[in-house]
Design a protein around this ligand. Structure first.
Ligand code: FE2
Length: 428
């Protein structure tokens, strides 16, 4: 499906692309007159004075500035929530959810956002929300802008075509997309589609430092793909929906906002195929911390304590000697929201299903279920490959609050904690 599109390789590169020859100014960002009568427009993703290594901005050369829009009117949304204030109080139990069915009624991407867990505060630029998207209809003559946070999209079923101001990304399950805060986009689907979203209110996701791992490994910079410039001809009016401070607002644009003919800069949407993730693990003994599987990190103000780490558990070899190979029992400072794109997760072979979710908040004890414990305790420790699996985690230093939809939407597995009940206390 993605063969038809061209991409620019890299993460945070100084990309440059033009869809019309000569549209991209050379040597200056805002010439008095831009070629083809285009308007120059700057979009910054960081404060102007952010350190150079983190500074993000992109210049767009477009047929009409984004400032041309009608007045915004409030738009109600029943299942989209923002910040810890929108969570419900729940007991400190481990929690798990079955896959949420994709509704039969027509549902586009914005309408299909169902928030399941929230923390932090969008206006304070702290924390994140976890949404499910449940979609069966493409957006037409409409666009979405999220000023509250960037959106990390993890498709679970169905491929997405994401048209952005900077070009088009095609994203299938197994891949992820990262859409910058405040950049307009539109999502088309090829059938019933479901996936997970981390809406990150905090510092933009970046590649983690590699420390002693060195200059190669985990997610390699070149495997991230940004779009090339692509613009649409003026056509129908476009309904644009903006998320600001947890509220949605709608306005009518005279024409498509996807009118950027050329652009350059390092603030860009990207996609990434998790099959390119170079996993690192124990080749001697013991189960390493899951931080070795970090694809992207959103740091907080305290070094090493992430606002959010995006962590994947892809196919990999297990070779450790004299080792209980799944995660051991644990309770952590960081709060762990997990999803499963496909296959089995080794600590929960049965009850955690593709499209499902689990939540283990700060200091909530959890670990392998009784079946996984028995199996791993007695397994022959020959090299073993975990095949056909892709679980992931949004891990945050901020405790997640499930939403009303998560607790009462019908997918909560009320018997989850029973998976540990057969683990009898040892005697002697
Ligand atoms: Fe855990």
């Amino acid at each position: 499906m993605s063969t038809a599109l061209t991409y620019q390789s890299g993460f945070g590169n100084e990309y440059a692309s033009e869809a019309l020859s000569g549209a991209l100014p050379q040597g200056r960002n805002s010439p008095q007159k831009v070629a083809h009568g285009l308007f120059a427009e700057l979009m910054s993703g960081t404060a102007f004075t952010a350190p150079r290594a983190a500074n993000q901005r992109t210049w767009m050369y477009r047929r009409q500035p984004s400032a041309v829009a009608g007045g915004y009117e409030p738009l109600a949304h029943a299942t989209l929530k923002t910040g810890a204030k929108d969570g419900v109080v729940v007991a400190p139990n481990p929690m798990r959810w079955d896959p949420t069915p994709i509704p039969e009624t027509a549902m586009g991407f914005v309408q299909g956002l169902h928030t399941v867990a929230v923390n932090g505060d969008a206006d304070a630029q702290v924390g994140l929300a976890v949404h499910l998207y449940l979609v069966n209809r493409s957006m037409v003559d409409s666009a979405f802008v999220n000023a509250d946070g960037e959106m990390l999209i993890v498709p679970q079923t169905g491929a997405l075509t994401i048209t952005t101001e900077l070009g088009v990304l095609e994203v299938a399950p197994g891949e992820i997309a990262l859409l910058p805060r405040g950049m307009a986009f539109r999502v088309a689907v090829d059938g019933p589609s479901r996936g997970y979203i981390c809406e990150n209110y905090g510092a933009a996701f970046r590649l983690p430092e590699l420390g002693p791992i060195g200059s190669n490994g985990l997610a390699n910079r070149r495997d991230f793909l940004a779009p090339v410039a692509a613009f649409e001809e003026p056509g129908n009016a476009c309904r644009i929906v903006r998320k600001v401070g947890g509220a949605l607002w709608a306005a009518t644009l005279p024409s498509t906002p996807f009118n950027v003919v050329a652009w350059h800069g390092n603030l860009a949407p990207v996609k990434y195929d998790t099959a390119n993730f170079m996993t690192i693990g124990s080749i001697s003994f013991d189960h390493p911390d899951p931080s070795i599987f970090t694809v992207l990190t959103s740091p907080s103000d305290t070094p090493g304590w992430a606002n959010c780490d995006f962590v994947i558990f892809p196919p990999r070899w297990l070779v450790a000697e004299d080792t209980f190979r799944p995660p051991w029992y644990h309770r952590n400072m960081m709060s762990e929201f997990m999803g499963l794109v496909h296959g089995q997760y080794d600590a929960k072979p049965e009850g955690f299903r593709p499209g499902g979710m689990s939540l283990h908040n700060c200091m909530v004890p959890h670990g392998p279920d009784a079946e996984a414990f028995e199996r791993a305790s007695n397994a022959a420790l020959a090299p073993h490959k975990l095949e056909d699996t892709l679980a992931f985690m949004f891990e945050s230093r901020w405790r997640f609050h499930p939403t009303e939809f998560a607790m009462n939407g019908g997918a909560l597995d009320a018997r989850y904690a029973e998976c540990w009940a057969p683990l009898a206390a040892t005697k002697g």
